[in-house]
Design a protein around this ligand. Sequence first.
Ligand SMILES: Cc1cc2nc3c(=O)[nH]c(=O)nc-3n(C[C@H](O)[C@H](O)[C@H](O)COP(=O)(O)OP(=O)(O)OC[C@H]3O[C@@H](n4cnc5c(N)ncnc54)[C@H](O)[C@@H]3O)c2cc1C
Length: 210
Amino acid sequence: MSANTLSAGSEFFRKLLRFHPNSSTRTTSGALLYVRCARRHYLQCTLDDHVDNWPDNRFWDELKRRLDPRAADDLVIGPSIEKSIAPLRSFVAEPMRFGRLFLAGDAAHIVPPTGAKGLNLAASDVHYLANAFKEFYLDGSDAGIDDYSRKALLRVWKAERFSWWMTSVLHRFPGTDEFTSRIQRAELSYLVNSDAATRSLSENYVGLPF
Ligand SMILES: Cc1cc2nc3c(=O)[nH]c(=O)nc-3n(C[C@H](O)[C@H](O)[C@H](O)COP(=O)(O)OP(=O)(O)OC[C@H]3O[C@@H](n4cnc5c(N)ncnc54)[C@H](O)[C@@H]3O)c2cc1C
């Protein structure tokens, strides 16, 4: 990953994370997904909410209300092509091998969509597993398949950590006390204003090496 990629990522996230001080409506878990052309937008909503309650106009109005004015002005809006409510979950099945059964992707681990890591993790699992099978079938060595779970889980837990952390920073949870809310705002403020923090976020968001 080049320094330019990281620095462009940092700038992107700085814009993304600039938050409006009055956006107090993100009150519960669950997320609404909106897709238009290559753009995808999320709004936090309750888990028992329903997509039918979110006609496009309501979605755009609410999104604009939660964004800071500059970001809201830049928003390109139009008809949606897909909407859904995604529950926010974190789960790891450990180990990722049971005898002759090898788990990969969502079968082994779930991350909340906040970090955009699910498909990336599935790809890295398959990368490790494909190499392990190659060693097994071509070289007659068990080393790769014996080490598969340990190797994959090293990356999985880092992505779980990042996705969980992104969720804890960008979402509000019911019953959160005042102290925790202030810590969350301090974390966001640090992210928006610190090169070191945005660089770390960008490194994880772009994806750790495998
Ligand atoms: C709203 C949302 C946004 C996301 N955004 C991102 C993102 O930006 N970046 C990212 O990296 N990840 C993202 N993900 C996660 C990503 O989609 C998944 O992690 C990824 O698709 C997992 O790949 P997989 O191959 O393990 O499972 P899947 O993609 O679910 O593939 C499993 C396949 O198995 C099939 N199947 C199931 N049961 C059977 C059966 N009994 N017999 C035969 N076939 C069966 C299913 O039909 C499916 O095609 C997102 C997920 C959601 C829900």
